[in-house]
Write a protein that binds this ligand. Structure first.
Ligand code: 5GP
Ligand code: ZN
Length: 159
């Protein structure tokens, strides 16, 4: 029994080790995302578990786990793209009274996807209730939101 348990734990460990990085899969086009921005070093797409409507993730194209693994130029460019996205969201009819720009680096800080990303989250003084963790929104619902933001980005892409 003990050996069976050890065997099963080993198999589970191997599976976890083999699991591809979600955001590298999106960067490679093997996993779909409601994409808003893409250039040589940075992409931005909607979170599938949004804190609020229009919750965007700004993500380096090249894998980097945490903040210190990022080339400084990419970190700076992520902030530039986040600023463009905030400006674009404000030009849509999506509601937002303020924004959080938030980067969780390390499990202790709440990072759950270990490919570093900057959250851009529309916020409100009287905040709607937070969706329970794990609440996923279908791509068909996210795509029209991404389209709205992208349309304004094209007009607002000067810093
Ligand atoms: P963290 O907790 O690592 O700071 O944030 C992870 C973010 O990635 C959350 O907003 C979560 O909803 C989002 N997320 C997790 N898996 C996927 C996915 O497969 N696609 C997209 N678009 N977002 C994801
Ligand atoms: Zn990755």
């Amino acid at each position: 029994m003990k050996y069976l348990l050890l065997f099963l734990l080993g198999v589970l460990g191997l599976c976890a080790a083999d699991k591809p990085c979600l955001f590298c899969e999106i960067a490679a086009g093997r996993l779909e995302a409601s994409m808003i921005w893409r250039d040589e070093s940075v992409m931005a797409f909607l979170s599938i578990g949004p804190r609020n409507v229009g919750h965007v993730l700004v993500v380096p194209v090249q894998h980097a786990e945490g903040i210190l693994d990022l080339p400084p130029a990419t970190a700076h460019h992520m902030m530039d793209v986040a600023q463009k996205i905030v400006r674009a969201i404000k030009q849509t009819d999506l509601p937002a009274e303020g924004f959080n720009l938030k980067l969780n680096s390390g499990a202790a800080a709440g990072q759950t996807v270990f490919h570093v990303h900057l959250h851009v989250i529309p916020r409100f003084a009287a905040e709607p209730p937070e969706p329970p963790p794990g609440t996923r929104v279908a791509k068909a619902q996210l795509d029209p939101i991404a389209d709205k933001i992208r349309a304004k980005l094209d007009l607002a892409a000067t810093l």
